[in-house]
Design a protein around this ligand. Structure first.
Ligand code: URA
Length: 263
């Protein structure tokens, strides 16, 4: 069995665990067999010596994410992006996060640093996360695309991902979500919504209310880059109100100061 197939089996187990009252349990022996590249190769005496104490599959989230990160690192499905990228940008944060943010695609800063949301828009996102009383390390941040969309030499700025690029890269994000199993997802901007849900609504129609992705509550809000372009306090307040809804959904305490906060 290939590692990719194993990752899929494990991600499917994670989904069953999330969607059923009593999640699947795997003994240490079975997990060790699944995680070895050749599950049948482990000698019987090794298996016999492993304790049969049941282990929740979710204890290995970090390992599962690392396996996908490695596949992403060597991905060449979009040849043009594999040629143009400095590196892939997989995702960052707590594999056990309750809250997961989904953006569009790496920009120039992210492509250079290998981490999502580290440029100007990223700094604003970090500010929003902190105002919500989370540290960046508490949440998980990922993009629809793991490579920076290429731009013609000498041109400036970013280009949005194409539908084909999004379709090609989406399975990696789906696997990330299946493993992390956040309680709440936040999609940042119309591209993230299209990449995740496959719908092309205008932000005015879809923002600020609850949707679901695969049974997980999903809040749609503006992308921080939009707030950088449009500095109107009313737009910033809308994003903050969306984040207050997220905090409520997560049962997090909200102070008076937070209620009155403007980004
Ligand atoms: N914009 C995004 O959507 N993602 C990033 O990682 C950076 C900017």
């Amino acid at each position: 069995m290939t590692q990719a197939a194993l990752d899929l089996v494990i991600a499917a187990l994670e989904t069953i665990r999330r969607e059923s009252e009593r999640g699947p349990r795997a003994s240490r022996a079975v997990l060790a067999r699944l995680q070895s590249n050749d599950p049948l190769a482990l000698p019987l005496e090794t298996l016999a010596s492993l304790p049969e104490r049941p282990l929740q599959v979710s204890q290995n989230k970090e390992g599962l994410l690392t396996a996908i990160r490695e596949r992403v690192r060597s991905c060449t499905k979009c040849e043009h992006l594999a040629c143009s990228r400095t590196q892939t940008v997989f995702g960052v944060g707590n594999p056990d996060a309750d809250l997961m943010f989904i953006g569009e695609a790496p920009g120039v800063d992210e492509d250079q640093q290998g981490e999502p949301f580290v440029g100007r828009a990223g700094q604003l996102l970090t500010k929003i996360i902190k105002a919500m009383n989370f540290a960046r390390e508490d949440v998980y941040i990922a993009n629809i695309l793991k490579c920076r969309p290429d731009t013609p030499p000498g041109s400036f700025g970013n280009r949005p991902p194409t539908p084909t690029e999004m379709q090609t890269c989406r399975p990696y994000l789906v696997e990330q979500i299946n493993i992390i199993q956040p309680s709440v997802l936040v999609a940042l901007g119309a591209v993230a919504v299209e990449g995740l849900l496959g719908i092309r609504g205008t932000m005015r129609e879809v923002r600020g209310r609850w949707h679901t992705y695969n049974g997980i509550p999903l809040m749609i809000t503006y992308h921080p880059a939009y707030l950088l372009r449009n500095q109107a306090p009313s737009e910033k307040r809308k994003v903050w109100e969306d984040m207050l809804q997220v905090l409520e959904r997560l049962d997090r305490p909200i102070s008076e100061r937070q209620r009155n906060y403007f980004l």
